[in-house]
Design a protein around this ligand. Structure first.
Ligand code: NA7
Length: 544
Protein backbone atom coordinates (compact mmCIF):
# COMPACT_ATOMS: atom_id res chain seq x y z
CA UNK A 1 0.00 0.00 0.00
CA UNK A 2 1.28 3.45 -0.64
CA UNK A 3 1.64 6.56 -2.75
CA UNK A 4 4.71 6.89 -4.97
CA UNK A 5 5.88 9.04 -7.83
CA UNK A 6 6.37 5.92 -9.88
CA UNK A 7 5.32 2.30 -9.83
CA UNK A 8 7.47 0.01 -11.96
CA UNK A 9 6.20 -3.45 -12.86
CA UNK A 10 8.98 -6.04 -13.11
CA UNK A 11 12.47 -6.41 -11.62
CA UNK A 12 14.48 -7.69 -14.57
CA UNK A 13 17.14 -5.80 -16.51
CA UNK A 14 14.62 -3.05 -17.29
CA UNK A 15 12.85 -2.55 -13.96
CA UNK A 16 16.05 -2.52 -11.95
CA UNK A 17 17.78 0.10 -14.10
CA UNK A 18 14.57 2.16 -14.23
CA UNK A 19 14.45 2.20 -10.44
CA UNK A 20 18.10 3.20 -10.17
CA UNK A 21 17.67 5.98 -12.69
CA UNK A 22 14.51 7.48 -11.21
CA UNK A 23 15.32 7.04 -7.54
CA UNK A 24 19.05 7.68 -7.50
CA UNK A 25 19.16 9.94 -10.55
CA UNK A 26 16.03 12.07 -10.18
CA UNK A 27 15.27 11.56 -6.52
CA UNK A 28 11.76 10.24 -7.13
CA UNK A 29 9.95 7.84 -4.87
CA UNK A 30 9.56 4.56 -6.70
CA UNK A 31 8.46 1.03 -5.94
CA UNK A 32 9.05 -2.00 -8.11
CA UNK A 33 6.39 -4.70 -7.96
CA UNK A 34 7.64 -8.12 -9.03
CA UNK A 35 5.68 -11.37 -9.19
CA UNK A 36 8.72 -13.63 -8.77
CA UNK A 37 10.43 -14.53 -5.52
CA UNK A 38 13.66 -12.90 -6.69
CA UNK A 39 14.97 -10.26 -9.07
CA UNK A 40 16.16 -11.12 -12.59
CA UNK A 41 13.01 -11.26 -14.71
CA UNK A 42 13.48 -13.70 -17.56
CA UNK A 43 16.69 -14.96 -15.92
CA UNK A 44 14.80 -15.75 -12.73
CA UNK A 45 12.15 -17.80 -14.49
CA UNK A 46 14.12 -19.58 -17.22
CA UNK A 47 16.10 -22.01 -15.08
CA UNK A 48 15.85 -24.94 -17.44
CA UNK A 49 19.01 -26.96 -18.19
CA UNK A 50 20.97 -25.40 -21.03
CA UNK A 51 19.45 -21.93 -20.59
CA UNK A 52 22.01 -19.37 -21.62
CA UNK A 53 22.14 -16.14 -23.49
CA UNK A 54 22.42 -16.11 -27.27
CA UNK A 55 24.33 -12.83 -27.22
CA UNK A 56 27.85 -12.71 -25.82
CA UNK A 57 27.83 -11.68 -22.19
CA UNK A 58 30.40 -8.92 -22.46
CA UNK A 59 27.82 -6.89 -24.32
CA UNK A 60 24.57 -8.55 -23.11
CA UNK A 61 24.99 -6.61 -19.88
CA UNK A 62 24.49 -3.16 -18.36
CA UNK A 63 26.59 -0.39 -19.86
CA UNK A 64 25.39 2.41 -17.60
CA UNK A 65 27.91 1.80 -14.84
CA UNK A 66 31.58 1.86 -15.78
CA UNK A 67 32.38 0.49 -12.35
CA UNK A 68 30.05 -2.49 -12.78
CA UNK A 69 31.34 -3.39 -16.21
CA UNK A 70 34.93 -3.13 -15.00
CA UNK A 71 34.49 -5.22 -11.87
CA UNK A 72 32.27 -8.02 -13.20
CA UNK A 73 34.11 -11.04 -14.64
CA UNK A 74 32.23 -13.25 -17.09
CA UNK A 75 33.37 -16.86 -17.04
CA UNK A 76 31.96 -17.93 -20.41
CA UNK A 77 31.45 -16.38 -23.80
CA UNK A 78 27.69 -16.94 -23.47
CA UNK A 79 26.94 -16.98 -19.76
CA UNK A 80 24.54 -19.63 -18.53
CA UNK A 81 21.37 -18.64 -16.69
CA UNK A 82 22.80 -19.04 -13.14
CA UNK A 83 25.66 -16.67 -13.93
CA UNK A 84 23.39 -14.02 -15.49
CA UNK A 85 21.10 -14.29 -12.47
CA UNK A 86 24.11 -13.85 -10.16
CA UNK A 87 25.09 -10.78 -12.17
CA UNK A 88 21.64 -9.22 -11.82
CA UNK A 89 21.60 -9.98 -8.09
CA UNK A 90 25.02 -8.39 -7.81
CA UNK A 91 23.68 -5.27 -9.57
CA UNK A 92 20.66 -5.23 -7.22
CA UNK A 93 23.01 -5.18 -4.23
CA UNK A 94 25.55 -2.81 -5.72
CA UNK A 95 22.93 -0.15 -6.40
CA UNK A 96 20.99 -0.93 -3.22
CA UNK A 97 17.85 -1.64 -5.19
CA UNK A 98 16.24 -4.30 -3.02
CA UNK A 99 14.75 -1.91 -0.47
CA UNK A 100 12.40 -0.58 -3.16
CA UNK A 101 11.56 -3.89 -4.82
CA UNK A 102 8.57 -5.77 -3.51
CA UNK A 103 8.84 -9.44 -4.51
CA UNK A 104 6.06 -12.02 -4.68
CA UNK A 105 3.65 -9.33 -5.80
CA UNK A 106 1.75 -9.73 -9.06
CA UNK A 107 0.01 -6.67 -10.44
CA UNK A 108 -3.54 -7.55 -11.37
CA UNK A 109 -4.88 -4.18 -12.44
CA UNK A 110 -3.86 -0.59 -13.13
CA UNK A 111 -6.51 2.04 -13.56
CA UNK A 112 -5.91 5.66 -14.56
CA UNK A 113 -7.62 8.30 -12.46
CA UNK A 114 -8.22 11.18 -14.87
CA UNK A 115 -8.98 13.78 -12.20
CA UNK A 116 -5.88 13.06 -10.19
CA UNK A 117 -3.66 12.20 -13.17
CA UNK A 118 -2.42 9.17 -11.37
CA UNK A 119 -2.58 5.40 -11.57
CA UNK A 120 -4.19 3.11 -9.07
CA UNK A 121 -2.45 -0.25 -9.08
CA UNK A 122 -3.80 -3.38 -7.44
CA UNK A 123 -2.01 -6.62 -6.69
CA UNK A 124 -2.86 -10.27 -6.15
CA UNK A 125 -2.26 -9.73 -2.44
CA UNK A 126 -5.06 -7.16 -2.32
CA UNK A 127 -2.71 -4.20 -1.97
CA UNK A 128 -3.34 -0.80 -3.57
CA UNK A 129 -0.71 1.63 -4.78
CA UNK A 130 -1.05 5.10 -6.26
CA UNK A 131 1.50 6.71 -8.55
CA UNK A 132 1.73 9.56 -11.02
CA UNK A 133 3.64 7.34 -13.42
CA UNK A 134 3.24 3.67 -14.27
CA UNK A 135 6.17 2.04 -15.98
CA UNK A 136 5.85 -1.46 -17.36
CA UNK A 137 9.15 -3.36 -17.40
CA UNK A 138 7.41 -6.68 -17.97
CA UNK A 139 9.59 -8.10 -20.76
CA UNK A 140 8.52 -9.23 -24.20
CA UNK A 141 8.89 -12.94 -23.51
CA UNK A 142 7.46 -13.46 -20.07
CA UNK A 143 3.89 -14.70 -20.50
CA UNK A 144 4.41 -18.45 -20.88
CA UNK A 145 2.37 -20.20 -23.57
CA UNK A 146 1.20 -23.60 -22.41
CA UNK A 147 -0.75 -24.97 -25.37
CA UNK A 148 -4.34 -25.81 -24.77
CA UNK A 149 -4.14 -29.55 -25.47
CA UNK A 150 -6.99 -31.78 -24.40
CA UNK A 151 -6.20 -34.01 -21.44
CA UNK A 152 -3.21 -32.20 -19.93
CA UNK A 153 -4.95 -32.30 -16.55
CA UNK A 154 -5.13 -36.10 -16.75
CA UNK A 155 -1.39 -36.61 -17.27
CA UNK A 156 0.00 -38.77 -14.46
CA UNK A 157 3.63 -37.77 -14.93
CA UNK A 158 5.28 -34.45 -14.19
CA UNK A 159 5.00 -31.55 -16.63
CA UNK A 160 6.43 -28.05 -16.80
CA UNK A 161 6.99 -25.06 -19.08
CA UNK A 162 10.56 -23.87 -19.63
CA UNK A 163 9.62 -20.27 -18.83
CA UNK A 164 8.26 -21.21 -15.41
CA UNK A 165 10.87 -23.78 -14.49
CA UNK A 166 10.55 -25.30 -11.00
CA UNK A 167 13.06 -23.75 -8.58
CA UNK A 168 13.96 -27.17 -7.24
CA UNK A 169 14.81 -28.45 -10.75
CA UNK A 170 13.50 -31.50 -12.58
CA UNK A 171 15.04 -34.95 -12.36
CA UNK A 172 15.31 -36.55 -15.80
CA UNK A 173 17.70 -39.35 -14.86
CA UNK A 174 16.72 -42.56 -16.63
CA UNK A 175 13.21 -41.26 -17.35
CA UNK A 176 11.08 -41.16 -20.49
CA UNK A 177 10.95 -37.50 -21.33
CA UNK A 178 8.98 -35.63 -24.00
CA UNK A 179 9.82 -32.12 -25.23
CA UNK A 180 7.26 -30.17 -27.25
CA UNK A 181 8.79 -27.30 -29.20
CA UNK A 182 11.95 -26.67 -31.18
CA UNK A 183 12.40 -22.90 -30.90
CA UNK A 184 15.50 -21.34 -29.29
CA UNK A 185 14.53 -22.87 -25.95
CA UNK A 186 13.86 -26.39 -27.25
CA UNK A 187 17.15 -26.22 -29.11
CA UNK A 188 18.97 -25.38 -25.85
CA UNK A 189 17.23 -27.89 -23.61
CA UNK A 190 17.04 -30.93 -25.91
CA UNK A 191 20.80 -31.77 -25.91
CA UNK A 192 20.90 -31.37 -22.11
CA UNK A 193 17.92 -33.62 -21.41
CA UNK A 194 19.26 -36.20 -23.85
CA UNK A 195 22.40 -36.55 -21.71
CA UNK A 196 20.32 -37.50 -18.66
CA UNK A 197 17.10 -39.10 -19.81
CA UNK A 198 16.50 -42.79 -20.38
CA UNK A 199 14.75 -41.81 -23.58
CA UNK A 200 13.90 -38.42 -25.04
CA UNK A 201 11.12 -37.93 -27.57
CA UNK A 202 11.06 -34.57 -29.32
CA UNK A 203 7.67 -33.46 -30.66
CA UNK A 204 8.48 -31.07 -33.48
CA UNK A 205 5.84 -29.04 -35.29
CA UNK A 206 8.12 -26.82 -37.37
CA UNK A 207 11.79 -27.53 -38.07
CA UNK A 208 14.21 -24.72 -37.31
CA UNK A 209 17.47 -23.36 -38.62
CA UNK A 210 20.24 -23.26 -36.07
CA UNK A 211 23.89 -22.27 -36.17
CA UNK A 212 26.51 -23.41 -33.64
CA UNK A 213 27.02 -21.02 -30.72
CA UNK A 214 30.66 -22.07 -30.24
CA UNK A 215 30.48 -21.31 -26.56
CA UNK A 216 33.79 -21.39 -24.70
CA UNK A 217 35.30 -20.26 -21.42
CA UNK A 218 35.93 -16.53 -21.44
CA UNK A 219 39.45 -15.84 -22.65
CA UNK A 220 41.11 -13.62 -19.99
CA UNK A 221 43.05 -11.68 -22.64
CA UNK A 222 39.82 -10.97 -24.53
CA UNK A 223 38.08 -9.91 -21.32
CA UNK A 224 40.91 -7.50 -20.60
CA UNK A 225 40.74 -6.10 -24.10
CA UNK A 226 36.97 -5.64 -23.80
CA UNK A 227 37.36 -3.78 -20.52
CA UNK A 228 39.94 -1.47 -22.02
CA UNK A 229 37.62 -0.67 -24.92
CA UNK A 230 34.17 -0.65 -23.36
CA UNK A 231 33.36 2.91 -24.41
CA UNK A 232 33.91 2.11 -28.02
CA UNK A 233 32.04 -1.22 -27.80
CA UNK A 234 28.98 0.36 -26.21
CA UNK A 235 28.92 3.18 -28.75
CA UNK A 236 29.14 0.65 -31.52
CA UNK A 237 26.19 -1.29 -30.12
CA UNK A 238 23.94 1.74 -30.47
CA UNK A 239 25.08 2.19 -34.04
CA UNK A 240 24.29 -1.27 -35.39
CA UNK A 241 20.79 -2.39 -36.40
CA UNK A 242 20.48 -5.14 -33.77
CA UNK A 243 22.56 -3.63 -30.98
CA UNK A 244 25.47 -6.03 -31.44
CA UNK A 245 29.01 -4.69 -31.56
CA UNK A 246 29.70 -5.87 -35.09
CA UNK A 247 29.02 -4.61 -38.58
CA UNK A 248 26.68 -6.31 -40.98
CA UNK A 249 28.58 -7.58 -44.05
CA UNK A 250 28.93 -4.97 -46.78
CA UNK A 251 28.47 -7.33 -49.72
CA UNK A 252 25.31 -8.83 -51.14
CA UNK A 253 25.19 -12.63 -51.06
CA UNK A 254 24.49 -12.43 -54.77
CA UNK A 255 27.45 -10.33 -55.82
CA UNK A 256 30.12 -12.87 -54.91
CA UNK A 257 30.97 -16.12 -56.70
CA UNK A 258 29.51 -19.34 -55.42
CA UNK A 259 32.92 -20.42 -54.12
CA UNK A 260 33.45 -17.18 -52.25
CA UNK A 261 29.95 -17.34 -50.78
CA UNK A 262 30.46 -20.92 -49.65
CA UNK A 263 33.79 -20.00 -48.05
CA UNK A 264 32.19 -17.06 -46.23
CA UNK A 265 29.33 -19.21 -44.91
CA UNK A 266 31.82 -21.89 -43.82
CA UNK A 267 33.85 -19.28 -41.94
CA UNK A 268 30.69 -17.86 -40.35
CA UNK A 269 29.57 -21.37 -39.36
CA UNK A 270 32.96 -22.04 -37.78
CA UNK A 271 32.85 -18.75 -35.88
CA UNK A 272 29.24 -19.46 -34.86
CA UNK A 273 26.82 -17.05 -33.15
CA UNK A 274 23.94 -14.87 -34.31
CA UNK A 275 26.52 -13.10 -36.43
CA UNK A 276 25.89 -15.72 -39.13
CA UNK A 277 22.87 -13.60 -40.07
CA UNK A 278 25.20 -10.66 -40.80
CA UNK A 279 27.45 -12.57 -43.21
CA UNK A 280 25.97 -10.58 -46.09
CA UNK A 281 24.16 -7.27 -46.26
CA UNK A 282 20.92 -8.58 -47.72
CA UNK A 283 20.00 -11.85 -46.02
CA UNK A 284 16.99 -10.31 -44.28
CA UNK A 285 15.78 -8.19 -47.16
CA UNK A 286 16.29 -10.22 -50.32
CA UNK A 287 14.70 -13.64 -50.69
CA UNK A 288 17.16 -14.83 -53.30
CA UNK A 289 20.09 -13.84 -51.10
CA UNK A 290 18.43 -15.48 -48.12
CA UNK A 291 17.92 -18.71 -50.07
CA UNK A 292 21.69 -19.15 -50.22
CA UNK A 293 22.00 -18.97 -46.41
CA UNK A 294 18.94 -21.15 -45.83
CA UNK A 295 20.29 -23.77 -48.22
CA UNK A 296 23.73 -23.68 -46.60
CA UNK A 297 22.21 -24.45 -43.19
CA UNK A 298 20.04 -27.19 -44.70
CA UNK A 299 23.18 -28.79 -46.14
CA UNK A 300 24.79 -28.70 -42.68
CA UNK A 301 21.78 -30.45 -41.14
CA UNK A 302 22.04 -33.21 -43.77
CA UNK A 303 25.77 -33.47 -43.08
CA UNK A 304 25.43 -33.70 -39.27
CA UNK A 305 22.37 -35.90 -38.86
CA UNK A 306 23.22 -39.49 -39.75
CA UNK A 307 19.73 -40.85 -40.48
CA UNK A 308 18.56 -39.21 -43.74
CA UNK A 309 14.89 -39.48 -42.80
CA UNK A 310 15.48 -37.77 -39.45
CA UNK A 311 17.66 -35.16 -41.20
CA UNK A 312 14.88 -34.41 -43.67
CA UNK A 313 12.31 -34.06 -40.88
CA UNK A 314 14.65 -31.59 -39.15
CA UNK A 315 15.16 -29.51 -42.27
CA UNK A 316 13.17 -26.27 -42.49
CA UNK A 317 11.56 -25.18 -45.75
CA UNK A 318 8.52 -23.25 -44.54
CA UNK A 319 10.27 -19.95 -43.76
CA UNK A 320 13.47 -18.19 -44.81
CA UNK A 321 16.39 -18.33 -42.37
CA UNK A 322 16.23 -15.68 -39.60
CA UNK A 323 12.69 -14.58 -40.36
CA UNK A 324 11.89 -16.27 -37.06
CA UNK A 325 14.29 -15.46 -34.22
CA UNK A 326 17.28 -17.63 -35.22
CA UNK A 327 18.51 -19.99 -32.51
CA UNK A 328 22.13 -20.86 -31.87
CA UNK A 329 23.06 -24.16 -30.31
CA UNK A 330 25.50 -26.54 -28.74
CA UNK A 331 25.19 -29.98 -30.36
CA UNK A 332 21.53 -29.64 -31.25
CA UNK A 333 21.49 -31.54 -34.54
CA UNK A 334 24.16 -33.96 -33.25
CA UNK A 335 21.76 -34.96 -30.46
CA UNK A 336 19.52 -36.73 -32.99
CA UNK A 337 22.37 -39.21 -33.63
CA UNK A 338 21.98 -40.56 -30.10
CA UNK A 339 20.28 -43.91 -29.57
CA UNK A 340 18.10 -42.55 -26.76
CA UNK A 341 16.55 -39.72 -28.81
CA UNK A 342 13.69 -39.92 -31.24
CA UNK A 343 11.90 -37.30 -33.28
CA UNK A 344 8.16 -37.14 -33.88
CA UNK A 345 6.84 -34.89 -36.61
CA UNK A 346 3.62 -33.47 -35.18
CA UNK A 347 2.96 -31.45 -38.31
CA UNK A 348 2.27 -34.61 -40.30
CA UNK A 349 0.78 -36.51 -37.31
CA UNK A 350 -0.63 -33.84 -35.01
CA UNK A 351 -0.98 -34.22 -31.26
CA UNK A 352 -4.53 -35.39 -30.55
CA UNK A 353 -4.49 -35.37 -26.81
CA UNK A 354 -2.50 -35.85 -23.67
CA UNK A 355 -3.40 -39.08 -21.95
CA UNK A 356 -2.62 -40.18 -18.38
CA UNK A 357 0.40 -42.01 -19.82
CA UNK A 358 1.78 -39.51 -22.33
CA UNK A 359 1.06 -37.93 -25.71
CA UNK A 360 -1.21 -39.40 -28.35
CA UNK A 361 -0.70 -38.24 -31.92
CA UNK A 362 -2.77 -39.34 -34.91
CA UNK A 363 -0.18 -42.12 -35.34
CA UNK A 364 0.71 -43.46 -31.91
CA UNK A 365 0.77 -43.00 -28.16
CA UNK A 366 4.13 -42.08 -26.61
CA UNK A 367 4.49 -42.99 -22.95
CA UNK A 368 6.25 -40.36 -20.88
CA UNK A 369 7.29 -39.78 -17.27
CA UNK A 370 8.07 -36.08 -17.78
CA UNK A 371 6.65 -33.66 -20.33
CA UNK A 372 8.43 -30.38 -21.05
CA UNK A 373 6.72 -27.59 -22.92
CA UNK A 374 9.29 -25.46 -24.74
CA UNK A 375 6.37 -23.80 -26.45
CA UNK A 376 7.33 -20.17 -26.08
CA UNK A 377 5.39 -17.13 -25.06
CA UNK A 378 2.41 -14.98 -25.75
CA UNK A 379 5.09 -12.59 -26.87
CA UNK A 380 5.21 -8.80 -26.57
CA UNK A 381 1.59 -8.23 -25.59
CA UNK A 382 0.77 -11.21 -23.34
CA UNK A 383 2.27 -9.78 -20.16
CA UNK A 384 0.27 -6.56 -20.62
CA UNK A 385 -3.02 -8.18 -21.43
CA UNK A 386 -2.87 -10.59 -18.51
CA UNK A 387 -3.29 -7.49 -16.32
CA UNK A 388 -6.41 -5.35 -16.38
CA UNK A 389 -5.00 -2.02 -17.55
CA UNK A 390 -7.53 0.80 -18.02
CA UNK A 391 -6.80 4.25 -19.32
CA UNK A 392 -8.97 7.29 -19.97
CA UNK A 393 -12.71 6.75 -19.83
CA UNK A 394 -12.10 3.35 -18.24
CA UNK A 395 -11.13 1.92 -21.64
CA UNK A 396 -9.23 -1.32 -21.30
CA UNK A 397 -5.98 -2.07 -23.05
CA UNK A 398 -7.50 -5.36 -24.13
CA UNK A 399 -10.13 -3.46 -26.08
CA UNK A 400 -7.64 -0.95 -27.45
CA UNK A 401 -5.32 -3.73 -28.68
CA UNK A 402 -8.08 -6.00 -29.92
CA UNK A 403 -6.71 -5.88 -33.47
CA UNK A 404 -3.07 -5.86 -32.34
CA UNK A 405 -0.88 -3.54 -30.30
CA UNK A 406 -0.88 0.18 -31.07
CA UNK A 407 1.76 2.40 -29.47
CA UNK A 408 3.68 5.56 -30.15
CA UNK A 409 7.38 4.63 -30.45
CA UNK A 410 6.70 1.50 -28.40
CA UNK A 411 6.96 3.85 -25.42
CA UNK A 412 3.41 5.06 -24.80
CA UNK A 413 -0.17 4.25 -25.70
CA UNK A 414 -2.69 6.92 -26.67
CA UNK A 415 -5.45 6.98 -24.06
CA UNK A 416 -3.12 5.70 -21.32
CA UNK A 417 -1.41 8.86 -20.00
CA UNK A 418 1.65 8.76 -17.76
CA UNK A 419 2.25 5.12 -18.60
CA UNK A 420 5.54 4.14 -20.26
CA UNK A 421 6.21 0.75 -21.80
CA UNK A 422 9.87 -0.25 -21.63
CA UNK A 423 10.74 -2.20 -24.79
CA UNK A 424 7.04 -2.27 -25.57
CA UNK A 425 5.53 -3.48 -28.85
CA UNK A 426 6.38 -1.06 -31.63
CA UNK A 427 9.97 -0.62 -30.45
CA UNK A 428 13.00 -2.62 -31.71
CA UNK A 429 13.06 -4.62 -28.44
CA UNK A 430 13.46 -8.32 -29.18
CA UNK A 431 14.88 -7.69 -32.65
CA UNK A 432 17.92 -6.33 -30.84
CA UNK A 433 20.28 -7.22 -28.05
CA UNK A 434 17.62 -6.46 -25.46
CA UNK A 435 19.67 -4.80 -22.67
CA UNK A 436 20.84 -2.19 -25.20
CA UNK A 437 17.26 -1.35 -26.12
CA UNK A 438 16.26 -1.39 -22.46
CA UNK A 439 18.95 1.10 -21.49
CA UNK A 440 17.95 3.41 -24.32
CA UNK A 441 14.29 3.32 -23.23
CA UNK A 442 15.04 3.74 -19.54
CA UNK A 443 17.18 6.79 -20.28
CA UNK A 444 14.60 8.27 -22.66
CA UNK A 445 11.82 7.83 -20.08
CA UNK A 446 13.82 9.27 -17.21
CA UNK A 447 14.83 12.26 -19.37
CA UNK A 448 11.17 12.74 -20.25
CA UNK A 449 10.07 12.66 -16.62
CA UNK A 450 12.86 15.10 -15.72
CA UNK A 451 11.68 17.41 -18.51
CA UNK A 452 8.13 17.22 -17.15
CA UNK A 453 9.23 17.99 -13.62
CA UNK A 454 11.35 20.93 -14.71
CA UNK A 455 8.63 22.29 -16.98
CA UNK A 456 5.84 21.86 -14.45
CA UNK A 457 3.98 19.25 -16.49
CA UNK A 458 1.79 16.78 -14.73
CA UNK A 459 0.65 14.57 -17.52
CA UNK A 460 1.96 13.22 -20.81
CA UNK A 461 -0.05 11.32 -23.36
CA UNK A 462 0.69 10.13 -26.87
CA UNK A 463 -1.51 11.74 -29.53
CA UNK A 464 -3.69 9.39 -31.56
CA UNK A 465 -2.33 10.85 -34.82
CA UNK A 466 1.25 10.28 -33.76
CA UNK A 467 0.38 6.77 -32.71
CA UNK A 468 -1.38 6.00 -36.00
CA UNK A 469 1.59 7.31 -37.96
CA UNK A 470 3.97 5.22 -35.86
CA UNK A 471 1.96 2.03 -36.33
CA UNK A 472 2.16 2.66 -40.06
CA UNK A 473 5.90 3.17 -39.81
CA UNK A 474 6.29 -0.10 -37.90
CA UNK A 475 4.38 -1.89 -40.66
CA UNK A 476 6.41 -0.23 -43.40
CA UNK A 477 9.68 -1.14 -41.70
CA UNK A 478 8.62 -4.80 -41.44
CA UNK A 479 7.45 -4.71 -45.04
CA UNK A 480 10.94 -3.76 -46.19
CA UNK A 481 12.24 -7.05 -44.76
CA UNK A 482 11.47 -10.75 -45.23
CA UNK A 483 10.38 -11.04 -41.58
CA UNK A 484 6.62 -11.15 -42.26
CA UNK A 485 7.18 -14.25 -44.40
CA UNK A 486 7.38 -16.41 -41.28
CA UNK A 487 3.66 -16.50 -40.72
CA UNK A 488 3.83 -18.61 -37.57
CA UNK A 489 6.45 -16.48 -35.83
CA UNK A 490 5.82 -14.83 -32.50
CA UNK A 491 6.96 -11.51 -34.02
CA UNK A 492 3.61 -11.64 -35.80
CA UNK A 493 1.55 -13.25 -33.06
CA UNK A 494 1.38 -16.32 -35.30
CA UNK A 495 2.23 -18.77 -32.50
CA UNK A 496 -0.90 -18.10 -30.44
CA UNK A 497 -4.24 -19.33 -31.78
CA UNK A 498 -6.60 -16.40 -32.32
CA UNK A 499 -3.98 -13.68 -31.76
CA UNK A 500 -4.17 -10.86 -34.34
CA UNK A 501 -1.50 -11.17 -37.03
CA UNK A 502 0.33 -7.90 -36.69
CA UNK A 503 4.08 -7.46 -36.95
CA UNK A 504 4.81 -6.11 -33.48
CA UNK A 505 8.43 -4.97 -33.13
CA UNK A 506 9.98 -2.05 -35.06
CA UNK A 507 12.28 -3.54 -37.70
CA UNK A 508 13.86 -0.29 -38.90
CA UNK A 509 17.03 -0.85 -36.86
CA UNK A 510 18.26 0.56 -33.58
CA UNK A 511 20.22 3.60 -34.88
CA UNK A 512 17.24 4.92 -36.88
CA UNK A 513 14.96 4.29 -33.94
CA UNK A 514 17.27 6.06 -31.48
CA UNK A 515 17.50 9.02 -33.84
CA UNK A 516 13.70 9.24 -34.10
CA UNK A 517 13.31 9.14 -30.31
CA UNK A 518 16.03 11.77 -29.87
CA UNK A 519 14.32 14.05 -32.37
CA UNK A 520 10.96 13.64 -30.67
CA UNK A 521 12.52 14.66 -27.35
CA UNK A 522 14.48 17.55 -28.88
CA UNK A 523 11.23 18.95 -30.29
CA UNK A 524 9.69 19.12 -26.84
CA UNK A 525 8.21 15.60 -27.04
CA UNK A 526 6.59 15.96 -30.40
CA UNK A 527 3.54 13.76 -30.81
CA UNK A 528 2.77 13.85 -27.09
CA UNK A 529 0.34 16.15 -25.31
CA UNK A 530 1.85 17.61 -22.15
CA UNK A 531 -0.48 19.05 -19.56
CA UNK A 532 0.68 21.61 -17.02
CA UNK A 533 0.49 21.04 -13.32
CA UNK A 534 -2.90 21.79 -11.80
CA UNK A 535 -2.01 21.88 -8.14
CA UNK A 536 -5.61 22.39 -7.02
CA UNK A 537 -6.91 19.51 -9.08
CA UNK A 538 -4.18 17.30 -7.71
CA UNK A 539 -4.92 18.32 -4.14
CA UNK A 540 -8.55 17.58 -4.81
CA UNK A 541 -7.72 14.16 -6.13
CA UNK A 542 -5.58 13.35 -3.15
CA UNK A 543 -8.37 14.24 -0.74
CA UNK A 544 -10.76 11.72 -2.28
P1 NA7 B 1 9.34 -20.13 -29.66
O1 NA7 B 1 10.43 -19.60 -30.49
O2 NA7 B 1 8.00 -19.51 -29.78
O3 NA7 B 1 9.24 -21.68 -29.99
C1 NA7 B 1 8.17 -22.45 -29.52
C2 NA7 B 1 8.21 -23.83 -30.12
O4 NA7 B 1 7.10 -24.56 -29.63
C3 NA7 B 1 8.07 -23.82 -31.64
O5 NA7 B 1 8.83 -24.87 -32.15
C4 NA7 B 1 6.59 -24.09 -31.83
O6 NA7 B 1 6.26 -24.66 -33.07
C5 NA7 B 1 6.34 -25.06 -30.72
N1 NA7 B 1 4.93 -25.12 -30.33
C6 NA7 B 1 4.17 -24.14 -29.80
N2 NA7 B 1 2.93 -24.59 -29.57
C7 NA7 B 1 2.90 -25.87 -29.97
C8 NA7 B 1 1.89 -26.88 -30.00
N3 NA7 B 1 0.66 -26.63 -29.57
N4 NA7 B 1 2.21 -28.08 -30.48
C9 NA7 B 1 3.45 -28.33 -30.93
N5 NA7 B 1 4.45 -27.44 -30.93
C10 NA7 B 1 4.17 -26.22 -30.46
O7 NA7 B 1 9.71 -20.10 -28.11
P2 NA7 B 1 11.12 -20.29 -27.41
O8 NA7 B 1 10.87 -20.35 -25.94
O9 NA7 B 1 11.88 -21.40 -28.02
O10 NA7 B 1 11.90 -18.98 -27.75
C11 NA7 B 1 11.35 -17.72 -27.43
C12 NA7 B 1 12.44 -16.69 -27.40
O11 NA7 B 1 13.07 -16.67 -26.13
C13 NA7 B 1 13.58 -16.86 -28.32
O12 NA7 B 1 13.31 -16.57 -29.63
C14 NA7 B 1 14.64 -15.98 -27.73
O13 NA7 B 1 14.41 -14.65 -28.10
C15 NA7 B 1 14.40 -16.16 -26.27
P3 NA7 B 1 5.88 -23.71 -34.33
O14 NA7 B 1 7.19 -23.15 -34.80
O15 NA7 B 1 4.96 -22.64 -33.80
O16 NA7 B 1 5.22 -24.61 -35.27
Amino acid sequence: MGEFDVIIIGAGFAGMYMLHRLRDGLGLSARVLEAASGVGGTWHWNRYPGARCDSESYYYSYSFSEELQQEWEWTEKYAAQPEILRYLNYAADKFDLRRDIQLGTRVTSAIFDEDGNRWEIRTDGGERFFAQFLITAVGGLSAANVPDIKGLDTFEGEWCHTGEWPQEGVDFAGKRVGVVGTGSTGIQIIPKIAEEAGHLTVFQRTPNYSVPARNAPMDPAFQEQVKANYDEIRQKQRKTPAGHPWDVGKKSALEVSQDERQAMYEAAWERGSLRFRSTFSDLIINKEANDTASEFIRSKIREIVEDPTVAETLTPYDHPYATKRPPIDTDYFETYNRDNVSLVDVKSSPIQEITPKGIRTTDAEYELDVLVFATGYDALTGAYLRMDIRGKGGRSLKEKWEAGPRTYLGLQIAGFPNMFTIVGPGSPSILTNVPTSIEHHVEWVSDCIEYMREGGFERIEANVDAEDAWVERVNEAAGRTLLPMAQSSWFLGGNIPGKPRVFMPYAGGLPTYIQICDEVAAKGYEGFALTAQRSTARDGALKK
